[in-house]
Design a binder for this molecule. Structure first.
Ligand code: HEC
Length: 125
């Protein structure tokens, strides 16, 4: 063997040794200990399905007479939902629906809709 192939062989052996050390078999504890990837997007609230028929998933209303919620102030959304829930603000559909929500749901839905891009007039879309 000339010196070049020997060097190549040594290099390949070195690389395969490193690979063997850095890629443990599936299911090994080292694999499980890897940090979870960062969340790509906010998780959808569990009760979002109660709202989409009228307000849309992204808070752009789909029914006449229904307000857009996307990009709305989060604290205002919480206040509104609580007001429908305790009856101090009256609108039949929202009084009924908000009664099915727990405080945690209200927080999650308000955070979700506040984080959406929001309504833009057709000319700007
Ligand atoms: C059947 C249609 C319908 C559904 C379903 C519905 N909404 Fe509404 N929502 C409305 C209407 C109509 C209004 C306007 C009521 C009023 O005049 O106060 C409203 C108002 C609101 C407001 C007040 C907005 C503002 O600008 O003051 C919030 C917040 C809201 N809805 C959140 C929700 C959430 C969260 C859900 C799901 C849990 C939901 N809505 C489900 C029809 C609906």
């Amino acid at each position: 063997m000339s010196p070049r192939p020997v060097l190549l062989l040594v290099a390949l052996l070195g690389v395969s040794t490193v690979l063997a050390q850095t890629s443990p078999p599936a299911g090994s504890p080292r694999l499980a200990a890897r940090p979870a990837p960062p969340p790509v997007a906010m998780a959808k609230p569990a009760q979002l399905g109660l709202c989409v028929a009228c307000h849309g998933e992204n808070g752009v209303a789909r029914q006449p007479g229904t307000p857009h919620l996307g990009g709305q102030d989060e604290a205002y959304l919480v206040l509104s939902l609580n007001a429908y829930r305790d009856g101090s603000r009256r609108a039949a559909a929202m009084n009924a629906i908000s009664n099915a929500l727990q405080p945690d749901d209200i927080e999650a839905l308000a955070r979700w809709y506040a984080s959406q891009p929001g309504f833009r007039p057709p000319a700007e879309r």
